[in-house]
Design a protein around this ligand. Structure first.
Ligand SMILES: [Zn+2]
Length: 60
């Protein structure tokens, strides 16, 4: 099932959303965005857990 993520779901003041077929693919997109938009070259374990908690399954 496709997965989706919105930055604002983890409390970011950011309109970024991402969708992907798998969680791994989505995490890659989020990592790229975090690096470019949030000056976060590495997603640490705590942030990864937070992000994964905010990922939702999407039928779209
Ligand atoms: Zn963002």
């Amino acid at each position: 099932m496709p997965k989706k993520f919105a930055c604002k779901d983890i409390g970011m003041q950011c309109n970024f959303t991402a969708k992907a077929k798998t969680e791994d693919e989505l995490m890659e997109k989020i990592a790229q965005h975090a690096k470019e938009a949030h000056n976060m070259p590495q997603i640490d374990a705590a942030m990864a857990a937070k992000v994964k908690g905010a990922i939702k399954s999407s039928f779209f």
